[in-house]
Design a binder for this molecule. Structure first.
Ligand SMILES: [Ca+2]
Ligand SMILES: [Ca+2]
Length: 252
């Protein structure tokens, strides 16, 4: 019969093995980068590919806690970082490939994988000793596939104040510059307050503005790209005064 101490040791071993097994599910290694998943992605989510756009809240620290970069500023502001995968340091490229919106990852990156020719990390070479690991922790706020690049560029250019939400006044500003499009929309819908109504209609979460996904839905539903082409064809006079349009744009 096993002694209580033996049983305790066995139990401890089982718990340790279980913890290790649980940990192994969330930790992987790829090309020298340790990839730990802190918050798992939703099943079936779109996975970040090279060339895709993604938005993160992130911290880059050294093993001793030295902060190299953080989204969390001392004054309490939080500044999300926007990137295209493939234009970042190689260690991050390797570790972030396949990440999903909503996921949180912690990468442990050897310093030589953070440096090299990538501009982002040029100044790290002077900061990071060769024997120190770099810790990159990122919460993924958004992922936009490369195939949706033109929709994304339209969203980012409409988001005049850069808060990643398009509000009615920002669409109004765009329509002040694209008066042909404004006329087309007003004529098609037979009403003047089209912007206010559009924002209300597509504001799925009811926060008063259009986040990236809500704006894409609006854009695709009304076929904004095609409407722009139609507006240019139907109201060419509105597009014949680029100097005036540029002056209006400069005001913003
Ligand atoms: Ca905005
Ligand atoms: Ca919204």
């Amino acid at each position: 019969m096993a002694s209580p101490v033996h049983t305790l040791c066995q139990t401890g071993l089982v718990v340790a093995l279980l913890l290790m097994a649980r940990c192994t599910c969330h930790v992987g290694h790829k090309e020298g980068v340790r990839i730990e998943t802190i918050v798992s992605p939703s099943p079936g989510c779109y996975k970040l590919q090279s060339g895709d756009f993604f938005v993160t809240l992130e911290n880059i620290t050294l093993t001793d806690g030295t902060v190299l970069y953080t989204s969390y500023l001392p004054d309490g502001k939080v500044v999300a970082k926007r990137s295209y995968l493939g234009k970042r340091t190689s260690g991050i490229n390797v570790g972030m490939l396949g990440v999903c919106k909503g996921e949180v990852r912690h990468l442990t990156i050897p310093p030589q994988l953070m440096m090299g020719s990538v501009q982002d990390t040029e100044n790290l070479a002077a900061t990071v000793p060769v024997d120190v690991q770099i810790h990159y922790r990122a919460e993924i706020l958004d992922v936009v596939p490369q195939i949706e690049r033109s929709l994304l560029q339209d969203f980012l250019s409409t988001d005049k104040n850069g808060d990643y939400v398009v509000r009615a006044n920002e669409i109004e500003r765009v329509l002040e510059m694209e008066r042909g499009l404004k006329r087309l929309l007003q004529n098609a819908l037979g009403m003047d307050n089209i912007v206010e109504l559009a924002v209300q209609w597509f504001d799925a979460d009811g926060d008063g503005g259009l986040n990236r996904e809500e704006y894409f839905t609006l854009s695709q539903t009304i076929q904004l790209d095609q409407m722009r082409k139609d507006a240019k064809a139907q109201y060419p006079d509105e597009y014949r005064n680029p100097e005036k349009n540029r002056a209006l744009k400069d005001e913003f």
